[in-house]
Design a protein around this ligand. Structure first.
Ligand SMILES: [Zn+2]
Length: 117
């Protein structure tokens, strides 16, 4: 997808909404970035191990002082995919120690369902 101001503002809104509604307290409000170039300009030791990213959909890195959520807009084919990535990264934020798998996917599904019904 192409990164447009509309897409940006949509993602900022989602970011704010889920950060609040999930009651994430473990870290600071996530700063969003949307391109690899943008991501590589952000400084922070917690980001260094992710410098080689290119074809990733998204990631979130955080410590007690900062939190960066990278959503690789160009790598997504539509808004629905971007939405899923953002929710996925929010689950990482909310449950930092939970690995990918069934429980992780259930958390994602719960968020999506509670949002729609
Ligand atoms: Zn993940």
């Amino acid at each position: 997808m192409k990164l447009t101001p509309e897409i940006k503002s949509y993602l900022y809104k989602l970011n704010k909404r889920y950060y609040k509604s999930l009651g994430i307290k473990s870290t600071v409000f996530p700063t969003l970035c949307f391109t690899v170039t943008e991501f590589n300009k952000i400084e922070g030791p917690e980001l260094n191990k992710f410098r080689k990213i290119k074809n990733q959909y998204g990631l979130v890195c955080f410590n007690k002082k900062s939190c960066t959520m990278f959503l690789n807009v160009r790598h997504h084919k539509d808004v629905a995919e971007l939405y899923s990535t953002l929710i996925h990264e929010m689950v990482h934020l909310k449950h930092p120690k939970l690995p990918h798998g069934k429980t992780f996917n259930n958390k994602i599904n719960n968020i999506i369902m509670s949002d729609r019904y």
